[in-house]
Design a protein around this ligand. Structure first.
Ligand code: ATP
Ligand code: SKM
Ligand code: MG
Length: 173
C-alpha cells in the first residue's frame, strides 16, 4: 500500500492517515513532521525566518526523500504540497492519491483557534476572515486536489468508508 492523502488544512490528513496506516500495517509519515525533523525547527519558524519559497523547496526535498525511503506507507501531505514543484505529478505517478474534500464551513469549525499556529492562516482577526482565507485558498488549489483518482467528501471521510473506496478502486481499476 502506497497511499497519499491530500487536502486543505484541517481536512483530516493526519488523523485519518494515522488510522489508515495502522489498518494497512504500513508506516505512517506526516510530511510536515518530516520537514520539522529534517530542519530542526517548526513549520512556523521556517516560514517566518526563510519565507514560503524556501519552505516549498524543503517540502519537495522531504517528499522525494520519504518516497525513496519507504516502499509502503501512508503519507499525510501538507495542505499545499500538491500545488508546488510538480509534487502532484510525483504523487500520481508513484502511489494512490486520495483527496479529502471537506467544505470550508467544516474546516473553519475544526481549525478554530488552532489556525493561529498555521503560518498561512495566522494573524487573521476573526472567524469570518479565516473563512474568507480558506475559500480563496481552496479556490486556487481545487484544480490540483481534484486530479486525485480517489476523492472522499466530508460526510464519507470515515476510515471504514475510505477502506471501502480503496477496495472498490483496486478491484475495478
Ligand atoms: N473525520 C473527521 N471528523 C471530524 N473531525 C475531524 C476529522 N478528521 C480530523 N478531524 C479534526 O480536525 C482537526 C484537523 O485534523 P488534522 O490535523 O488531521 O487535519 P490535517 O488535514 O492533517 O491538517 P493540516 O494540513 O493542518 O496538517 C483535528 O482537530 C481533528 O481532530
Ligand atoms: O496549506 C498549506 O499551504 C500548509 C499546510 C500545512 O500542512 C503546512 O505544510 C504549512 O503550514 C503550509
Ligand atoms: Mg496534518
Amino acid at each position: 500500500m502506497r497511499l497519499y492523502l491530500i487536502g486543505m488544512p484541517g481536512a483530516g490528513k493526519t488523523t485519518l492517515g494515522r488510522a489508515l496506516a495502522t489498518f494497512y500495517g504500513v508506516p505512517f509519515i506526516d510530511l510536515d513532521e518530516e520537514i520539522v525533523r529534517r530542519e530542526g525547527r517548526s513549520v512556523a519558524a521556517i516560514f517566518s525566518k526563510e519565507g514560503e519559497a524556501y519552505f516549498r523547496e524543503r517540502e519537495a526535498a522531504a517528499l522525494h526523500a520519504v518516497l525513496a525511503q519507504y516502499p509502503k506507507l501512508v503519507l499525510a501531505t501538507g495542505g499545499g504540497t500538491p500545488c508546488f514543484h510538480q509534487n502532484l505529478d510525483l504523487l500520481l505517478a508513484t502511489g494512490l492519491t486520495l483527496y479529502l474534500a471537506v467544505p470550508v464551513e467544516e474546516l473553519v469549525r475544526r481549525l478554530g483557534r488552532a489556525a493561529a499556529a498555521r503560518p498561512l492562516l495566522a494573524s487573521l482577526p476573526d472567524q469570518q476572515a479565516l473563512e474568507t482565507r480558506l475559500r480563496e485558498t481552496l479556490a486556487a488549489r481545487e484544480r490540483f486536489y481534484t486530479r486525485a483518482p480517489l476523492q472522499c467528501a466530508a460526510a464519507g471521510c470515515s476510515v471504514e468508508n475510505i477502506q471501502r473506496l480503496i477496495l472498490h478502486y483496486q478491484t475495478t481499476a
